[in-house]
Design a protein around this ligand. Structure first.
Ligand code: ADP
Ligand code: MG
Length: 284
């Protein structure tokens, strides 16, 4: 597996309050004071976040902290109740949903699933030779060689994840959003997906993902955004993996350990201690 170095860490929290509709310079997306609600109560509040070209960002936070909602708001799948999200015009966006939310029984093969991602859609039931070659190339690239005709249901979790990455690449996406890309994957496959994303980022693709997995994923990313209804902090792992920010994000004390030059986060709350289990003695 290749070692990749990702150096761009340009995500910034902005405090600008005026409403804007387009981005400037290298900015791809700028969210300002974004509040989103499904019902009466907002689920994310006053979020300020700027994504620049080349960023590799992990949005972390506990379950229900609004990660998926923020992702949808950044993409434009949901409108903020207040605030604004500016996007660079003519930007090609790829979205990789949580694998748990996909209907894997939908009757398509790997090649069809990838081919359908093109915005023009398939109006004919066949794939052109040119498209077929492009699909084969992207599948090879993602380690899915020879699986073109396989039903998407009959793939491993890691392969399914990569099929959806292949869809994003097939559209030529400049920015790819992934919602919990490694949930349900074993450690080895999780690393493979992470390295693949880092390689794509090295090639210039901007990556924004959500994860609840701090140690397995977030600590490996160049930029982390801590979310708990609003942005608690954004920056490098060294800036962000500190007790104060983590406690405000997760609502319980966290301990930071150094291991092999990396920070490892350990739950330090009272519930983290080992609870003795008194097994009744035999014969009782
Ligand atoms: P996360 O991805 O961090 O787990 P979500 O963005 O999925 O958080 O959810 C944030 C909150 O919004 C949760 O309380 C969730 O129940 C609620 N929520 C999410 N989607 C919907 C929806 N479509 N309708 C109503 N409430 C929702
Ligand atoms: Mg989610």
């Amino acid at each position: 597996m290749t070692q990749t170095t990702v150096t761009q860490t340009t995500v910034s929290q902005t405090t600008v309050s005026q409403t804007t509709t387009t981005t400037t310079g290298t900015e791809l997306i700028r969210a300002e004071q974004v509040t989103v609600a499904y019902g009466v109560d907002p689920v994310i509040v006053d979020v300020d976040l700027t994504i620049e070209s080349g960023d590799f960002v992990g949005i972390v936070g506990p379950s229900g902290s609004g990660k998926s909602t923020l992702l949808k708001a950044l993409i434009g799948g949901i409108s903020p109740r207040s605030g604004s999200v500016a996007r660079r015009s003519n930007m090609t966006v790829g979205f990789v949903p949580q694998v748990e939310q996909i209907d894997w029984n939908f009757p398509v093969t790997v090649a069809e699933c990838v081919g359908m991602a093109r915005s023009s859609g398939w109006r004919t039931p066949w794939i052109s030779k040119k498209e077929r070659a492009e699909i084969t190339e992207v599948l090879d690239r993602l380690g899915l060689h020879g699986l073109d005709s396989r039903h998407i249901r009959d793939l491993s979790g890691g392969q399914q994840q990569r099929v959806f990455l292949a869809r994003a690449l097939f559209t030529g996406a400049e920015i790819i959003f992934l919602d919990e890309p490694t949930s349900g994957l074993d450690v080895k496959t999780r690393h493979e997906v992470l390295h693949l994303l880092a390689d794509l980022n090295d090639e210039g693709v901007t990556i924004v993902l959500t994860t609840h997995d701090l140690n397995g994923i977030a600590t490996h990313l160049p930029t982390i955004v801590c979310l708990n209804k609003t942005v608690i902090g954004a920056g490098t792992p060294n800036d962000i993996l500190v007790p104060d920010i983590l406690e405000r994000t997760y609502g319980s004390p966290m301990q930071i350990l150094e291991h092999g030059g990396m920070r490892v986060v350990v739950d330090a709350g009272p519930h983290a201690s080992v609870i003795p289990f008194d097994r009744p003695a035999a014969g009782q």
